[in-house]
Design a protein around this ligand. Structure first.
Ligand code: MN
Length: 165
């Protein structure tokens, strides 16, 4: 049956890759995030936020911004299972995303998205193209926002920015 992880599953052979197969999970009170450093054909950072029982994912070529002046391109990728949040390992040559994955930072986040003064749940915020959040990680402890900008195929391009305070 098709669900949020259908694309994730279709890209991988779980007999060959050590990545978790996973499944769509129930909502949790403290949603998690992870940034994974992925040395694939090109080095990038995979930025993932828990929403709707999966990890909503973006590939950020340059990694999270360090200052409010930097805007970082974030390209949406397929939803990953929650169990991917602590995945580290080597994806074999020839498999999708071949290369090494390490957890660069992880923790919880607080959704800060509002519309007309009312909170917007994370899944809905992402579908609408804008989510603001405070990361409570080891390296990343600040407020950020991800915003869809322009169209590049049907999923668009996004920018990851750090808020001033
Ligand atoms: Mn990746």
């Amino acid at each position: 049956m098709a669900n949020a992880l259908t694309t994730y599953h279709s890209k991988r052979d779980f007999k060959k890759t050590p990545e978790p197969k996973g499944r769509v999970a129930r909502a949790r009170k403290q949603p998690r995030f992870v940034v994974q450093k992925h040395r694939a054909s090109t080095l990038h950072y995979d930025f993932r936020l828990e929403a709707d029982g999966v990890l909503k994912s973006w590939a950020v070529p340059k990694g999270p911004p360090r200052t409010a002046a930097e805007k970082r391109l974030a390209v949406p990728t397929e939803d990953h299972p929650l169990s991917y949040v602590d995945f580290e390992g080597a994806i074999p040559a020839g498999e999708y995303g071949a290369g090494t994955v390490e957890v660069w930072d992880t923790g919880t986040y607080e959704n800060l998205t509002e519309k007309d003064g009312k909170p917007v749940p994370p899944g809905r915020a992402i579908r609408a193209g804008h989510i603001a959040f405070a990361l409570n990680g080891n390296r990343l402890r600040a407020r950020y926002a991800l915003t869809r900008v322009g169209k590049d195929g049907k999923r668009g391009r996004w920018l990851l920015v750090k808020m001033k305070r």
